[in-house]
Design a protein around this ligand. Structure first.
Ligand SMILES: Nc1ncnc2c1ncn2[C@@H]1O[C@H](COP(=O)(O)OP(=O)(O)OP(=O)(O)O)[C@@H](O)[C@H]1O
Ligand SMILES: [Mg+2]
Length: 507
């Protein structure tokens, strides 16, 4: 990626002293920043700092309670999402805005399908959608319901949708959280092209290296206030200090305890069309990583072990006892827990409170003779909120109103409360800020130090390399290799992950 010139283009957007309050929360307490043509302006801040709230005010989703928004030199009140689009502002939201039941093509052109003689022109819709998807490199059947795509590909649909608006201001709220390295590269290249064309972009990401690669300026938010705007070349330590008010010692603080008895054994697990002949084990004290490219079958394996999906053959054993297939209750009873990759669809009851969500995994053990021990659930919830530093006005707040990263912490807290023997983690730090990530890793250390085991799937290779004691690599539904902590490097893992793919292409 080439280095960036400072923004010389005209000012597209300016925000002054923006204020937005929710019951019990001042989400924005006076935020100011400006965006120029041909600039990538990064918003950086901890989970709950107010980033998404700010962009929702710019996207017409929320009406601010105070302050001003100036677009092209004129003060505006952005009354709706459609109004924002008319002003030339397109937004990729952190929580997807896709309609699961509609097809890929319908989602890309949501709200503005091409018409002919008053009817939706399906052929033209497919041509336009295909062109938009080509730009993000997504090759899927346009007629497929979006719900059948994984999170990464749903994210690409969301990006294609915003790009196809040809806006002058493009806002991207954590667009890379669900993407793999190659997809991130492609998106950043696209952003660089748009910048050359004079588009101004507001970019939110918890990955500091991306910020340095694509950003021009960075505005740091803390507790709903803008604490400063600095060049994106500012050092990581300094950015972290501005953001969390302290420096972070070790990004991956893994402490490996002595390894004990075998807790989980998976033998010859096969689910036709998804994965084949997967055998692995996790011992007490171990963090075992499952690495590979998106589509390698890692999520599917975790879900099958946990009983969330059926499998065709093979066995899952926890502490010597066979766990029946496709039976989540039995899996939980045997001592398994799963933090799923898609928190919105599988991890949370969005309309329920923080307390209720945190209690979901222990509901059975907190129930005696049909009565739920509410006091125990409340104590548990308070402990989780404190340990994970979940930012919420109270344990009774609705989970839907928490920031993305804090929702992720609730999913994590729910399973920590259940105290499983083996915790299956699927992208556990997606959308989590740099400080909170370290806290989650500390919890993983505590779990393993107390004799539990962890099986970790993550698309962030540094996280896998930094936190796992042993790494299994999957490609095309099969385990293709195992690396010790000492052997594992980014190159070694990638070499295994792509080798299989290339050799199968050659055939
Ligand atoms: N609709 C809402 N109702 C009540 N509170 C809300 C609502 N939306 C946001 N909040 C609160 O406002 C604060 C800021 O949230 P916001 O989503 O803007 O954070 P963020 O910086 O985007 O965090 P993250 O990195 O986790 O995505 C949080 O405390 C959040 O709980
Ligand atoms: Mg957010």
């Amino acid at each position: 990626m080439n280095t960036v010139a400072p923004p010389t283009g005209p000012e597209l957007l300016r925000v002054e002293n923006l204020v937005k309050e929710f019951p019990g929360v001042v989400a924005l307490g006076g935020v100011s920043f400006d965006l120029h043509a041909g600039e990538v302006h990064v918003l950086l801040g901890e989970n709950g700092a107010g980033k998404s709230t700010l962009i929702k005010c710019l996207a017409g989703v929320y009406q601010p309670d105070g302050g001003t928004i100036v677009v092209d030199g004129e003060r505006v009140h952005i009354s709706s999402a459609a109004h924002a689009e008319q002003l030339g502002i397109a937004t990729i939201h952190q929580e997807f805005n896709i309609v699961p039941q509609l097809s890929v093509a319908e989602n890309v052109l949501l709200g503005r399908p091409p018409r002919r003689f008053g009817m939706v022109d399906r052929r033209r819709m497919h041509t336009l959608a295909r062109a938009a998807l080509d730009r993000v490199g997504l090759d899927v059947d346009l007629r497929r319901p979006v719900s059948t795509l994984g999170v990464a590909r749903q994210q690409l649909v969301e990006i294609a949708k915003a790009l196809s608006l040809d806006a002058r201001v493009l806002i991207l709220d954590e667009p890379t959280a669900a993407l793999t390295d190659a997809e991130v590269d492609r998106l950043l290249e696209l952003m660089a092209e748009l910048r050359d064309k004079g588009v101004g972009m507001v970019f939110i990401s918890h990955h500091l290296e991306e910020i340095q690669r694509i950003g021009d300026r960075v505005t740091v938010l803390r507790d709903g206030q803008s604490v400063g705007t600095v060049p994106a070349t500012t050092g990581t330590d300094e950015l972290v200090r501005m953001m969390v008010g302290r420096s972070i010692e070790a990004q991956y603080p893994r402490q490996q305890p002595p390894v004990g008895e075998e807790l989980l054994r998976v033998e010859n697990l096969t689910s036709k069309g998804h994965f084949e002949d997967v055998s692995l084990s996790v011992r007490a004290g171990e963090v075992v990583g499952l690495a590979g490219l998106v589509g390698a079958g890692r999520t599917e394996v975790l879900r099958a072990i946990f009983g969330a999906d059926a499998y065709d053959s093979g066995t899952v054993t926890v502490r010597g006892r066979t766990v029946p297939g496709h039976d989540v209750h039995a899996a939980i009873g045997a001592g398994l827990g799963l933090v799923p990759e898609d928190r919105k669809a599988q991890g949370l009851v969005l309309g329920a409170s923080v307390e209720e969500n945190l209690g979901l995994a222990i509901l059975r053990s907190a129930t005696r003779a049909g009565l739920v021990d509410r006091a125990r659930l409340r104590d548990q919830a308070r402990t989780s909120v404190k340990n994970l530093r979940i930012r919420t006005p109270s344990t009774r707040a609705t989970v839907k109103n928490l920031s993305g990263g804090n929702q992720q912490k609730v999913v994590m807290g729910k399973w920590l409360a259940a105290d499983p023997a083996v915790l299956l983690l699927d992208e556990p730090t997606r959308g989590v800020d740099v400080g909170a990530k370290v806290e989650i890793y500390q919890l993983v250390n505590e779990l393993t130090a107390s004799g539990r085991g962890v099986l970790l799937v993550s698309s962030e290779l540094p996280e896998v390399l930094g936190m796992c004691d042993r790494i299994l690599v999957m490609a095309q539904g099969r385990l293709v290799g195992e690396l010790t902590r000492e052997e594992a490097t980014q190159d070694a893992v990638m070499a295994l992950a792509v080798k299989e793919v290339e050799s199968s292409r050659a055939h």
